[in-house]
Ligand binder design. Structure first.
Ligand SMILES: [Zn+2]
Length: 274
C-alpha cells in the first residue's frame, strides 16, 4: 500500500466519526416572520451618517463620526464560529485555501427547469460573493440527486456513492419533507465534516425551502444563499444588520466587515496531500 493510499484511508476514518455536526444547522426565520424587518429601510440603516443636515453643528458631526466609527468597529468584530457554543473543540474550523476550487452540486428538487436554472445562477452568484473575502474558489459541478436526512441534517448522494471531499451539497427541499424547514425557517446550512487535527472543513451542506424560494424575489434568494453559505464556511449568526450572517431574511446582498473578517480568520492554509 502506498503512503498516499494509507493517508487517504486515515482521513476518511477520522471524518466519519464526526458527521453529526448538523446539530449546528442554524435556522433562518421565514420571510413572513421577518416581513417587518425586511420592509425596513436597510440601506438607510447601513449608512447612518449620510443624512447629516447642513444645520448640524461641527460638534454633532464629530460625535456622529465617532459613533459611526464605533459602530463600524462593532460590526467588524461581529462574527463567531458555528462551533463555538456546541463543539468548542472545533471552534474556528474553516476551509483550506487550496488553489483547486471547492466544488458544489445541487438537487433542484421540485423546481421547474426554468426555476432551477434561475436559482443555480443565484447560487453561483452567492458563492462568488464569498470568493474575494475568503480567498476560496468555488466550482459548480452540476445537479445531483441527493438524499436529505432531516433528523440528522445530512445530504448525501442518493445513489449511495461516497461523499466527495472539498464539496458542498445543496438541495431545495419541500416544506412537507422537513420538520426543520417550515414555520420559522427557510434555509439551513452547516459544515458537515471536519478534519479534527487541522480543523479543516471538508464537506458542507445547505438546504432551502422550495416554496419560500419561489415566492421570494431574486435579491432575497441571493441573500438567503449567501447567509447559508456563510454557515457552510464556518460562521455562526451575527448581531449587526450590516453582516450577511444577521439571522433575518432580507434583500441585503453585501458582505459586512464581520462576515469578511470572520471567514478570513477561520480559513486554513492549504496542505495538499498532507
Ligand atoms: Zn442562519
Amino acid at each position: 500500500m502506498t503512503a498516499a493510499a494509507s493517508t487517504k484511508r486515515r482521513i476518511a476514518i477520522a471524518v466519519s466519526g464526526i458527521v453529526a455536526l448538523a446539530l449546528l444547522a442554524s435556522p433562518l426565520p421565514t420571510a413572513a416572520a421577518s416581513a417587518a424587518t425586511a420592509a425596513a429601510p436597510m440601506a438607510a440603516k447601513s449608512h447612518p451618517t449620510k443624512s447629516v443636515s447642513k444645520a448640524t453643528t461641527k460638534a454633532a458631526t464629530k460625535a456622529t463620526a465617532a459613533r459611526t466609527q464605533a459602530a463600524a468597529a462593532v460590526a467588524a468584530a461581529d462574527y463567531s464560529s458555528i462551533f463555538a457554543t456546541q463543539q468548542p473543540a472545533l471552534t474556528n474550523s474553516g476551509w483550506a485555501t487550496c488553489a483547486a476550487a471547492i466544488t458544489w452540486s445541487v438537487d433542484t428538487g421540485g423546481l421547474s427547469a426554468d426555476e432551477a436554472a434561475a436559482q443555480i445562477a443565484n447560487l453561483t452568484w452567492a458563492f462568488d460573493q464569498w470568493t474575494p473575502a475568503s480567498g476560496l474558489a468555488f466550482q459548480y459541478t452540476g445537479t445531483e440527486s441527493l438524499a436529505y436526512d432531516d433528523a440528522a441534517f445530512s445530504l448525501k448522494p442518493a445513489n449511495g456513492s461516497a461523499m466527495q471531499s472539498r464539496h458542498v451539497y445543496l438541495a431545495f427541499v419541500a416544506d412537507g419533507d422537513s420538520a426543520r424547514l417550515g414555520g420559522g425557517t427557510v434555509g439551513l446550512g452547516s459544515p458537515s465534516q471536519v478534519w479534527p487535527s487541522t480543523k479543516e472543513i471538508i464537506t458542507g451542506a445547505a438546504v432551502f425551502r422550495t416554496d419560500h424560494v419561489k415566492q421570494a424575489n431574486a435579491r432575497e434568494d441571493k441573500s438567503l444563499y449567501m447567509h447559508e453559505l456563510g454557515h457552510v464556511l464556518g460562521l455562526a449568526h451575527a448581531s449587526e444588520t450590516s453582516n450577511i450572517m444577521y439571522p433575518v431574511v432580507s434583500d441585503h446582498t453585501d458582505l459586512g466587515a464581520g462576515d469578511v473578517n470572520g471567514v478570513r480568520s477561520m480559513n486554513k492554509p492549504c496542505k495538499a496531500a498532507a
